[in-house]
Write a protein that binds this ligand. Structure first.
Ligand code: PMP
Length: 389
């Protein structure tokens, strides 16, 4: 008879309880998750096509249309993190051999360009130094020259802390026969954004920043113009999982009978629904204004402490993720470690900004003025202590 015998012993660590400290997440994401959002994930599972779950998906779609400020039918959440949104967007919007024009102000432009090359696109990059926005004129010049199928811009460049202006970009994309794609992973709900008014053709985001939900879903929306292009593709999208039309059917965007496409991360959808409910009750514009006001307060608080912002011009700064220069003689790692010991997460730079800056995220509920002020004060104290060492 068959004997069931493993030569691999069960891991000792799994006999102990899981260790999850209660940490305040003030880095570039994930952000602190409120209990009310987390507890939805402990609710019973439903099937991915059960009528009650389908109803929750419809509510999520309406909530996402509200925060993106769009009436686009194809508004849904891709299963996966922000990167899944980026992959889904680029995979669907462009065909092999077409041109992707990337406005690069940090690592997220870099990532989009890299992805474009992996997908066999011709990639053209317009680049600026860290901490700067990409000028509209430079994007226009390149677009007129290369006639891109897609122009990619990152609204909230979280590696440097800039907010890329979006006005006028869709006209440039459309006049040159292309589509405008915007990454709002680090900015949605934390900086002014209006998909329809700006004429954006595709936008994606993530749940773990301003929305204060767990990572695992990438909200995305496609304009009618984008969907028309996708429907007329010569080749099918080289991914079943990320196919916008398949996803759109599962999410009830096309009015047809829903087909099984994949098993949605049910509990994460519950959490997103709760996060959107919080924003609907508060008001999206009130939330954005809160980020703007808190940012203004924080600039003076940091300025009074003798610290300098990395992004020179106030109007170029992302209101929900603040980049602060590491002062001369201060060990940024030491600051980070000391704050960590106090139960607070702050981050250093990313990519080219490593070692040069601190990144302070005041996403969603972390942008409540008193909370943000208190945490930033702790940061200032630690920086002062560290500079005395
Ligand atoms: N774009 C931006 C602007 C981001 O800040 C991030 C995450 N830091 C991503 C994309 C990727 O998102 P994720 O880590 O959720 O895949």
């Amino acid at each position: 008879s068959l004997r069931v015998m493993s030569s691999i012993p069960p891991p000792e660590c799994l006999f102990k309880d899981i260790n999850i400290p209660n940490r305040q997440l003030f880095g570039p994401g994930p952000s602190t998750m409120p209990q009310v959002i987390g507890s939805t994930q402990a609710q019973p599972l439903l099937g991915h096509l059960h009528p009650e779950f389908v109803e929750i998906m419809s509510q999520v779609r309406l909530g996402l249309q509200y925060v993106f400020k769009t009436r686009n039918a194809y508004t849904l959440a891709v299963s996966g993190t922000g990167h899944a949104g980026m992959e889904a967007a680029i995979l669907n919007l462009a065909e092999r051999g077409e041109t992707l024009l990337v406005a690069k102000a940090g690592i997220w432009g870099q990532r989009a360009a890299d992805l474009g090359r992996r997908l066999g696109l011709k990639v053209e990059v317009v680049e600026v130094g860290d901490g700067q926005i990409v000028p509209l004129s430079a994007i226009e010049e390149a677009a007129t020259r290369v006639k891109p199928a897609v122009i990619f811009v990152c609204h909230g460049e979280s590696s440097t802390g800039i907010a890329q202006p979006l006005e006028g970009l869709s006209k440039i994309a459309h006049d040159n026969g292309g589509l405008l794609l915007v990454d709002t992973v680090a900015s949605l709900g934390g900086a002014p954004f209006d998909m329809d008014a700006l004429g954006v053709d595709c936008v994606y985001s993530a749940t773990q920043k301003v929305l204060n939900a767990p990572p695992g879903l990438a909200p995305i929306s496609f304009s009618d113009r984008a969907i028309q292009k996708i429907k007329k593709r010569k080749e099918r999208v080289a991914s079943f999982y990320f196919d916008a039309l398949e996803l759109g059917n599962y999410w009830g965007c096309d009015g047809e009978m829903r087909r099984y496409h994949h098993t949605a991360p049910i509990s994460t959808v519950y959490a997103l629904r709760e996060a959107l409910a919080i924003i609907a009750k508060k008001g999206i514009d009130t939330l954005i204004q809160q980020h703007l006001d808190t940012a203004t307060g924080l600039y003076s608080q940091l300025g009074e402490a003798g610290l300098s912002m990395f992004v020179e011009r106030k109007e170029d700064r992302l209101p929900c993720l603040h980049t602060v220069k590491v002062p001369e003689g201060v060990d940024w790692k030491g600051v980070q470690t000391a704050l960590f010991q106090q139960g607070i997460e702050f981050a250093g730079g990313l990519g080219a900004t490593t070692g040069k800056i601190f990144r302070i995220g005041t996403f969603g509920q972390n942008s409540e003025p008193e909370k943000a002020k208190e945490v930033v004060n702790k940061f200032i104290q630690v920086v002062k202590e560290q500079s005395k060492l």
